[in-house]
Design a binder for this molecule. Structure first.
Ligand SMILES: [Zn+2]
Ligand SMILES: [Zn+2]
Length: 316
């Protein structure tokens, strides 16, 4: 009896190790059609004006062009600091962390870009951060001494890089299409500064115009992916936000963001790609850090410090 009792825990350990090893092994062997991943961030749009609006008054492209062939989620959240840099860093590192929102501090953890580049022959030309906000250039690097200054992606951010100010989304759109055409990134993050920029200016009509413009830009990117021989049929596109904005009942409402009210945390989510379901609404709740975990799975690299989980429900 005593022998059986002492054997049982070790048997459990053995079986657990076997199961873990098997899962990793299966995962590594899974062949996906996805060869490229593009993440588009519509900066600071509230869920209520995007996916939460059943009529999609301001996002007709997302509703009519993207949604019929995509997975959407009405249960997707920023569960960390609801500011721009922490929100984007959650998407790129798989960790919620409270870092300076002005670009004066690097993310603690290595990013999907660094891990992808290391896994792909140090090919920094094929991983890109393209952003209207110059401060997002800090996403290329991290504090972690094993990764600091290494395997950094190419960047095209703000007026002319970190510290030079924001640029119009129309400029970012032109740059993004040019980089997709000429450099053909296999992993890219594209940030549009609207509608956040006009929200902070307390200009509701321009806030709405910002959503409408970015809706159109996302459609053009999707249309490009669907028609470009290098991307068609082998590219996964994620569309989300870095954070929302306060509910109308909280502080100054749509003008600001940054706390943990539902308006700031609840964000929109769309995913389109050859390995994902189509015209499907996810039931399971997910958070931003699950996007990098899913990208690592799709592109077959490890993200050991990432805290997210693979969004299994997306897959066919
Ligand atoms: Zn933001
Ligand atoms: Zn709030």
């Amino acid at each position: 009896m005593k022998i059986i009792l002492t054997l049982k825990p070790s048997l459990i350990v053995f079986l657990s190790a076997f199961v873990m090893f098997s899962c990793r092994h299966d995962s590594a062997l899974t062949k996906y059609n996805t060869e490229n991943v593009i993440v588009v961030v519509m900066d600071g749009a509230r869920y209520s004006e995007v996916l939460g609006d059943a009529d999609a008054l301001y996002t007709p492209r997302l509703k009519n062009n993207l949604t019929p062939t995509s997975v959407i989620s009405h249960h997707f959240y920023n569960n960390g600091s609801t500011f721009t840099i922490p929100g984007h860093a959650a998407l790129t590192t798989g960790n919620f962390q409270d870092i300076d929102n002005n670009g004066g501090q690097l993310p603690q953890n290595s990013s999907i870009f660094q891990h992808w580049i290391k896994a792909n022959n140090n090919n920094t030309e094929k991983a890109w951060i393209i952003a209207s906000k110059d401060k997002l250039e800090i996403l290329k690097n991290c504090v972690d001494s094993e990764w600091n200054g290494q395997y950094m992606p190419s960047t095209n951010c703000g007026a002319n890089g970190l510290g030079t100010g924001y640029r119009e989304d129309s400029v970012t759109m032109v740059r993004a299409l040019s980089i997709l055409t000429n450099n053909q990134p296999k992993l890219a993050l594209i940030n549009f500064r609207e509608p956040d920029y006009s929200g902070h200016a307390a200009d509701w009509p321009k806030y709405i115009k910002g959503i409408q413009d970015v809706d159109e830009y996302i459609y053009r990117l999707w249309d490009f992916i669907e028609n470009d021989p290098n991307y068609k049929g082998k590219t996964t596109l994620f569309v989300t936000n870095d954070h929302g904005r306060h509910l109308d009942s909280v502080n100054d409402g749509y003008i600001s963001h940054g706390d943990d009210c539902l308006g700031c945390r609840h964000i929109s989510f769309y995913a389109f790609g050859p390995d994902f379901k189509q015209d499907y609404s996810m039931g399971e709740e997910h958070e931003m850090i699950d996007i990098p975990a899913t990208i690592a799975e799709l592109l077959h690299f490890d993200l050991p410090d990432g805290k997210g989980r693979i969004m299994q429900e997306l897959f066919k």
